[in-house]
Design a protein around this ligand. Sequence first.
Ligand SMILES: Nc1ncnc2c1ncn2[C@@H]1O[C@H](COP(=O)(O)OP(=O)(O)OP(=O)(O)O)[C@@H](O)[C@H]1O
Length: 274
Amino acid sequence: MSRTLLAVDGLGKTFASRDRGEPVKAVDDVSFTLDQGETLGLVGESGSGKSTITRCLVGLERPDTGTVTYDGFDVLRAGRDERRRFRREVQLVFQNPYASLNPRMTVEDLVGEQLLVHQGRRSREGRRERVVEVLEMVGLTGAHLPRYPAQFSGGQRQRIAIARALVSEPKVLICDEPVSALDVSVQAQVINLLRAMRRELGLTVLFIAHDLAVVRQLCDRLLVLKDGRVVEEGSREQVYGAPAHEYTRALLAAVPIPDPAADRARRRHYQESR
Ligand SMILES: Nc1ncnc2c1ncn2[C@@H]1O[C@H](COP(=O)(O)OP(=O)(O)OP(=O)(O)O)[C@@H](O)[C@H]1O
């Protein structure tokens, strides 16, 4: 039986309105679990509450209600040691690699900093060795160590951000729209990298996105959010094959989703008709 690594129960967050109108219920009684080894997609349009959930999960926002449990302990009320463990084992990859990487730091320092924070015992040489190892895992090399973020393309910067997240050997990766700031041609490369990392490192992934075509390529299970509430939850096959909620059907209708089975059937039909 699979083991639950992260559990969110009854999460709620209301903000005072930015324009002095009605308060905004950004997250409304959201519950879900993330099992070890699985990739769960959190999807919904802009404003559906995805970022607020992520921010509550990693402690950047304090929820009004609910609990977040990681590997058996209550994250929001954890002691120092448990909080440190959570910060090491649960890593984030953000949407925008242009904003998330400090432009004044070299690749060696950007990635190595995470080792200092989480595993301070290593020597400078030991850190460099591990940084090179993880750069090679994401398709970069030791030659990139002295370079600055501005010397890289968007896709390469996201590889650096992924290396930074992976260097402390996390168990869970939370990816908040990790490819939506990238060109479509580069998106596929980064998705393939994430897929390979997940397989090779046995990672558990929470993948947040508004693009259902991207989510389909990666996720085993999906949670569809609307106005801060979960309106649909199911396996990839269920949600894409037979969406139960009107809102999910509308989301699916709005994006061209590649469907290999339908493409094969169309090709067969074409060949047979010739
Ligand atoms: N600090 C804040 N103050 C007031 N309202 C906020 C705040 N943060 C978020 N909201 C509101 O909460 C709702 C959910 O926002 P959130 O950013 O979580 O959605 P999202 O699905 O991540 O959208 P996006 O994809 O655009 O980031 C929105 O209506 C947003 O305007």
